[in-house]
Write a protein that binds this ligand. Structure first.
Ligand code: FAD
Length: 342
């Protein structure tokens, strides 16, 4: 089989690439390895929080919204709580992905990609239903991407995280609790479908009582050295795009899928490489702040955040930087991450 564009994976990154390739004059095929029921399960193990801002940037209308979010609350050791007003959504991701898929002109095939080899300026992809030749290849196949493994050979850093659905009213706030016991990570509590909440943390924490369901996956973060090789591109989790501080990955996955699709339409995959290398989402300052932050003790965190005890404001942020210049990168990167990285 031959196709002009082959997209591997139909999660947020792959479906966005397929959506934005509508109107492309060549043929577009999307491979998805999971059956309908497994697809729903796989795409229901995350907090599913996506800001209005990221939907706009990704050029995708928010839909299948199960709750609206109007603030982020971050609780630090020492009792400081920072509240940031935001506009965002909790989505029913499987429903949203299926709805976009119904509107795409691409051909969807249920198959697993198992290998990728170069073939002239295109690629030969081994799959469970036979070989597929393509000119452009978009690897949207998640944390353990076959395209990244066979074409790029890199591995981003990974956080193993677990999300539980529990009964309760999650309100309209994304709540985070930071603690040194979580090694530079945090636990979260988000609203979910009516009458339920998402409660999650890095894997290994004690599960919440009375959980209805749970799911664990890796979140790749911090970026990878290269995302374009000839006519092959990797997008979303395959390219380690989840933010290294807030771990938002859905919005950037959709945005990177869009950028890769636009690069294919222009016949210039390197445009995607340029966008990626300049993008705020994989800026090395996030990784630097993540590393600094993971070494802090609870006492360090309490001291660094004391300034914000009376609430967050730009003025207080400036005073905090003047008082603790060595924490400046953490203050700034965390602010940008929670404002823009999800
Ligand atoms: C516990 C947890 C909580 C999270 N919470 C949030 C949150 O609240 N907000 C947020 O923005 N992000 C969150 N994330 C991150 C977010 O889930 C990911 O960043 C996002 O799913 C990335 O989308 P993607 O399309 O790149 O990859 P994926 O969602 O992993 O999709 C990849 C798709 O490719 C398919 N596939 C994989 N390999 C193959 C193959 N070889 N052949 C064919 N098909 C293949 C898969 O079946 C899947 O459908 C969370 C992650 C976890 C683990």
């Amino acid at each position: 089989m031959y196709t002009d564009v082959l997209i591997i994976g139909s999660g947020p990154a792959g479906i966005s690439a397929a959506f934005h390739l509508d109107g492309y004059e060549g043929s577009v095929v999307v491979l998805e390895r999971l059956s309908d029921s497994m697809f729903s399960r796989y795409h229901s193990v995350c907090g599913e929080a996506v800001s209005d801002r990221m939907f706009i940037k990704a050029g995708i209308e928010p839909e299948s919204v199960v709750a609206r979010v109007d603030r982020i609350e971050i609780s630090f050791p020492g009792g400081t709580v920072i509240t940031v007003p935001v506009d965002g959504n909790i989505i029913d991701r499987p429903e949203m992905l299926r709805s976009i898929r119904r509107r795409c002109g691409a051909e969807f095939i249920r198959a697993t990609a198992t290998s990728v080899v170069r073939e002239g300026d295109g690629f030969l992809v081994g799959t469970t239903v036979g070989e597929i030749h393509c000119r452009y290849l978009i690897g949207a196949d998640g944390a353990h991407s076959v395209v990244r493994r066979d074409v790029f050979g890199s591995v981003p850093e990974m956080l193993s995280a677990v999300n539980y659905i529990v009964e309760g009213d999650g309100g309209s706030s994304l709540s985070f609790t930071v603690s040194q016991s979580l090694n530079g990570f945090y636990s979260w509590r988000f609203p979910s479908k009516p009458g339920t909440m998402s409660v999650g943390s890095p894997k290994g924490e004690v599960p919440p009582e009375g959980n209805i369901s749970s799911g664990a996956r890796h979140i790749p973060f911090g970026g990878v050295p290269r995302v374009v090789d000839g006519n092959a591109m990797i997008v979303g989790d395959a390219s380690g795009m989840a933010n290294a501080l807030c771990y938002g990955g859905i919005g950037v996955a959709m945005l990177s899928g869009r950028k890769a699709a636009e690069a294919v339409k222009a016949g210039r995959p390197n445009r995607y490489a340029r966008w990626y290398s300049r993008s705020v989402y994989v800026n090395p300052h996030f990784m630097k702040a993540h590393r600094q932050f993971s070494q802090w003790t609870d006492a360090d965190i309490a001291e660094a955040m004391r300034q914000f005890g009376g609430g967050y404001s730009v003025g207080r942020g400036i005073v905090a930087i003047i008082r603790h210049p060595r924490f400046a990168n953490v203050y700034f990167a965390t602010w940008v991450a929670f404002k823009k990285g999800w």
